[in-house]
Write a protein that binds this ligand. Structure first.
Ligand SMILES: Nc1nc2c(c(=O)[nH]1)N[C@H]1C(S)=C(S)[C@@H](COP(=O)(O)O)O[C@H]1N2
Ligand SMILES: [Mo]
Length: 412
């Protein structure tokens, strides 16, 4: 993908307005019927329509139409470690998403506590700033929220509000350096192009500390898996904050403001807060908990070739496989257990495509006698030595689930 050529892609005005016109239309339209699915949510209620009605998207699980919330069908994750753009999940807070973006007049602005304000076109950004590329998992803070027990309000996602892509763009640091961040700056605030649909509703904005924003791995992407970003995943530019939850990954990034006082905006100050406890875990109903902004991701691993309950052939070896990621660092090991977590066997790891990305794993499970059922668990330990917990966490927002996953193999 180092051969990604910005100019050769469909970033021409004509192509874009055409694609975006479709986006505008489809965002308003009723979803086309493309079948149904029953997500295995806690306590049921997982019936969802499948939809193919959204621009640049294939078959997706419809969680909400306005604003669009689309979940990746689980079988997609079994096909490879990079989630295809047309099946990458979608999440927006406000439905006021522009119907088109004019790539000629689009400008990314950098302003606030800087030496020089910048207002740069796409071609200036692409040509002037050194190109970087990395694989990273984009995961919604509320991924797997629908599995919380007791249930919590919010989008009832199963495990498909995540995806891994190879992102191409430039370092945020290089952009900030060309603006010259002045001494005394504390945070960098990001805003996209969409607008609230409620009068006086707060524009979606998120901030990072200046130090984090200047981290070498934080980037602004103009391509995803070698193609321009799909409109619904943030065309033409989005922020990539490797290792951190996707709420910070501002889509349709158009405005960067350097702040010399902490961000008081609703989305940074009041939303996306977690209990300041290990695993963001509290007891339902627990009060007076110190809350902090959600931040780095934690390790997870999943089965991709077997469902929570799977029928297998009796007296034959069972190959199980899946994906894992370390959170904000790499995968050190993935292990399976067939005795309820008393002993663990190392799984085989697939190619390392970068520490922030998905890693394939596979394992062989001994044969099961006819009529018997075997629970298989999988867990990931990251390169910082953090391992998935054996009990699920709970918090009122349904954030940061990463409990060890289990499947039941039923032999016949
Ligand atoms: N402009 C903009 N960027 C945004 C959001 C949004 O509502 N508006 N939502 C954030 C959240 S909470 C998530 S989970 C991710 C979803 O990214 P995706 O739609 O590309 O999968 O976008 C993030 N960036
Ligand atoms: Mo999210």
């Amino acid at each position: 993908m180092s051969s990604f050529d910005f100019d050769q892609h469909a970033l021409t005005r004509r192509a874009l307005l055409r694609g975006a016109g479709t986006a505008g239309a489809a965002l308003m339209a009723a979803p086309a019927w493309a079948g149904a699915i029953d997500l295995p949510l806690y306590g049921g209620g997982g019936e969802r329509e499948m939809t193919t009605a959204f621009p640049q998207k294939g078959k997706m699980i419809l969680q909400r139409t306005r604003p669009p919330l689309l979940e990746t069908p689980w079988e997609t994750f079994d096909k490879g470690v990079f989630t295809p753009n047309d099946q990458f999940y979608v999440r927006w807070h406000w439905a006021g998403i522009p119907g088109s973006v004019d790539v000629d007049t689009f400008r990314l602005k950098v302003h606030g506590n800087v030496e020089r304000e910048l207002s740069l076109s796409l071609s200036e950004l692409v040509r002037k700033l050194p190109r970087v590329e990395l694989a990273a998992v984009n995961q919604c803070s509320g991924n797997s929220r629908g599995l919380f027990d007791p249930r919590v309000p919010g989008a009832q996602w199963a495990n498909g509000a995540m995806g891994n892509a190879k992102w191409t763009g430039f370092r945020l640091k290089d952009l900030l350096d060309s603006a010259g961040v002045k001494a005394g700056s504390v945070q960098v605030r990001f805003a996209g192009l969409e607008t609230p649909v409620i009068d006086g509703g707060p524009h979606f904005k998120k901030s990072l500390s200046v130090d984090h924003a200047r981290d070498d791995d934080v980037m602004v992407a103009y391509a995803m898996n070698g193609e321009p970003l799909p409109f619904l995943n943030g065309f033409p530019l989005r922020l990539i904050v490797p290792g951190w939850y996707a709420t910070y990954w501002m889509k349709m990034l158009a405005d960067i403001e350097i702040l010399d006082t902490p961000d008081e905006n609703f989305w940074t100050k009041k939303a996306y807060l977690i209990p300041d406890t290990p695993g963001a875990n509290i007891k339902p109903g627990e009060k007076d908990v110190k809350m902090i902004p959600i931040n780095r991701m934690v390790p997870r691993s999943f089965f991709t070739n077997v469902a929570p309950v799977a029928n297998v052939k009796a007296s034959a070896p069972n190959a199980v496989r899946g994906i894992a990621f370390g959170g904000d660092c790499g995968v050190a090991k993935v292990e399976t257990s067939v005795d309820g977590g008393h002993s663990w066997q190392a799984a085989q790891l697939g190619a390392d495509e970068g520490k922030y990305g998905f890693r394939k794993w596979n394992a062989n499970i001994a044969s099961i006698d006819a009529g018997k059922r075997l629970s298989v668990m999988v867990r990931c330990t990251n390169t910082d030595g953090e391992v998935q917990p054996d009990k699920p966490n709970w918090n009122p927002s349904g954030f940061m689930r990463n409990v060890i996953e289990t499947v039941d193999l039923v032999a016949a």
